[in-house]
Ligand binder design. Structure first.
Ligand code: SF4
Ligand code: SF4
Length: 399
């Protein structure tokens, strides 16, 4: 598909600044060139040949979190992130080796190998040298990825069938979230299918500016998940959901059957989990940017949390970015940490003892932001619901 130029993307921009007011990197740096509107202007000048591709320009563009707060705020409907993705690809490193590393790490067939090497490095270098304390805390990649197992799960008579799009972070870093989700769905009476051949959704590769590599990944995923006889294709990662449901159709031809079935797990469970579960305590729910701004899912996770009996508390700033942003959280760790620490302090002030978020990336960021504050429990919403269901079941069995 032919994609518009940056100038075509931004021709409807009135320069009102509504996007800038919501941009987390601007709110932290208070610098126009680190805002959504500023990035559009820089890219416009670059595309017109009036600005050279300096390292400073690359930094300003690549320091976008791709949170989508700007798109959601823009009254003119400018596709700001798509324009910035275009900028990422125009300004991406041209070096042969950088491209090979990206291709090797994230291409269709080699993600397993990448995470095996990462696991090895984690135990050999990262932990022994204390990098998890000194710099970003990253969970160790698992020796047994979630997807490496039986492909159809069933428990008793089933009332329906769903597929899981697992995603790399759950598959390699947080397989327990996958186990909990499987258990919830089986206990609700669903058959669950894991699809052999699922590959990375491509979000990190897009951020790195390699749209050509994303096309391979998108075609492969669409090919294996299209035409399945399932009620829904569920994901517990908002970035995967957004990429599959919203971004793929901008890159390749996708059947509406595929798009309609891709669904965040909170939306699916909100209509089906109607028992009061056993939990008490104060909890805070953090909206992942991709779920809130990109997919407008706000009420469903809150409804599910309230069903457990937990007291849901609110922060002064109810909406706020955690600062992770995928690749951004590694390449711009200093800025990522500043945004994350601000969010952490807002959450601490609520007095909540548990922080729930339905995003593995946000969970990873908060585990880093709260690494010196062991009092806060940080849970993916699937883990939280599973724990509440388990305690409900064990209490029911005792009675
Ligand atoms: S909100 Fe939209 S119209 Fe306003 S400056 Fe940003 S991109 Fe332009
Ligand atoms: S996606 Fe987020 S970080 Fe990037 S320009 Fe838009 S608001 Fe700013």
């Amino acid at each position: 598909m032919e994609r518009p130029t940056v100038s075509e993307y931004i021709e409807r921009c009135t320069r009102c600044g509504a996007c800038k007011a919501k941009c987390p990197t601007y709110l932290e740096e208070l610098d126009e060139s680190m805002s959504a509107r500023g990035r559009l202007r820089l890219l416009h000048e670059f595309e017109g040949g009036r600005l050279q591709p300096s390292s400073l320009l690359k930094h300003k563009i690549n320091a976008c979190l791709h949170c989508g707060a700007c798109d959601a705020a823009c009254p003119a409907g400018v596709e700001i992130q798509e324009a910035i993705f275009k900028g990422n690809s125009l300004l991406r490193p041209r070096s042969f080796w950088f491209r090979q590393i990206n291709r090797g790490a994230l291409s269709v067939s080699r993600t397993n190998l990448f995470f095996k090497i990462s696991r090895f490095m984690h135990f050999l270098i990262y932990k022994p040298l204390g990098f998890d304390r000194k710099i970003r805390r990253i969970p160790s990649p698992t020796a047994t990825p979630f997807r490496q197992r039986q492909m159809l799960f069933r428990k008793g008579i089933s009332k329906g069938r769903v597929a899981l799009f697992v995603g790399c972070s759950i598959n390699y870093l947080y397989p327990d979230i996958g186990e909990d989700l499987l258990d919830i769905l089986l206990n609700l009476g669903y058959e669950v299918v894991l699809r052999q051949g699922e590959v990375c959704c491509g979000a990190p590769v897009r951020e790195a500016g390699y749209d050509d590599l994303v096309l391979d990944l998108a075609r492969k995923n669409v090919d294996i998940f299209s035409g399945m006889h399932v009620e829904a294709i569920l994901t517990a990662c908002p970035t995967c959901t957004l990429t599959l449901k919203v971004q793929y159709p901008k890159l390749i031809k996708v059947q509406s059957d595929f798009i309609d079935k891709i669904m965040d797990v909170n939306q699916f469970l909100a209509d089906r989990l109607d028992i009061k579960l056993g939990f008490s305590g104060r909890v805070f729910y953090h909206d992942p940017c991709h779920l809130l701004h990109g997919l407008s899912v706000r009420a469903e996770p809150r409804k599910l949390i309230k069903q457990t009996g937990a007291e849901l508390v609110t922060a002064q700033n109810e909406i706020g970015c955690c600062g992770f942003g995928g690749i951004f959280g590694f390449t711009n760790y200093g800025l990522s940490k500043k945004i994350g620490d601000r969010r952490r302090d807002e959450i601490i002030r609520t007095g909540a003892g548990t922080l729930i978020t339905p995003c593995p990336g946000c969970k990873m960021q908060f585990e880093d932001s709260f690494k010196n504050d062991k009092k806060m429990r940080i849970m993916h919403s699937v883990e939280f619901l599973h724990e509440a269901m388990t305690s409900f079941r064990s209490n029911s069995n005792k009675q």
